[in-house]
Design a protein around this ligand. Sequence first.
Ligand code: ZN
Length: 203
Amino acid sequence: MMDWHTHKPSAYGGYLCSVVREDWDFVAAEHGMIPCFGIHPWYAGGVSVAQTAYDLDEYLSRFPQAQVGETGLDATPRHRDALEAQTLLLQVHLGAAFRHERLVHLHGAGAWSRLLELLRQREKTGTLPSVLLHAWNGSHEMAREFLDLGAVFSVGVRELSHPDAAARYARIPADKLHAESDDDPDSFPRAVALLALLRRDIA
Ligand SMILES: [Zn+2]
């Protein structure tokens, strides 16, 4: 068992995701975790897309065990003005992940349908990498659409405590839905326990 999405080194191991470019060397250091290189959509503004593409290629070549993330889209009121910049940057991450055959950690707050559209487009052109949708909080119906594209999901205490958690998560196959701690490594055991309870009570 490991933490499928976190930004802080964790005793449980798992995927250690960067948030900004300056994090990359830190996540790549020896933490006993899998480093993920990316730029979070909240920080997409003002980032050079070409430079990021270049850096991603270089880091993914240098660290063959590394994955890509965090990246994605955020269409919540505070961030939706930057959707165009977010989209350009996301495509660079997806392209690099596809070429290097890595998993991409996706953020999609308020933007799951946009993400679905964009991933479907890439599937059509044969350039879709493996993707993980982190903090997944969409409907079960939409989860099935993403599952058809080969996606996996991770959820934390925040998502698992939601009144709709059972309807959203209990029917996703166990090997496609994993526990994460995001910014709070201490919350990981509770996320694992909540996920197990939810499955036991529904199955
Ligand atoms: Zn995150």
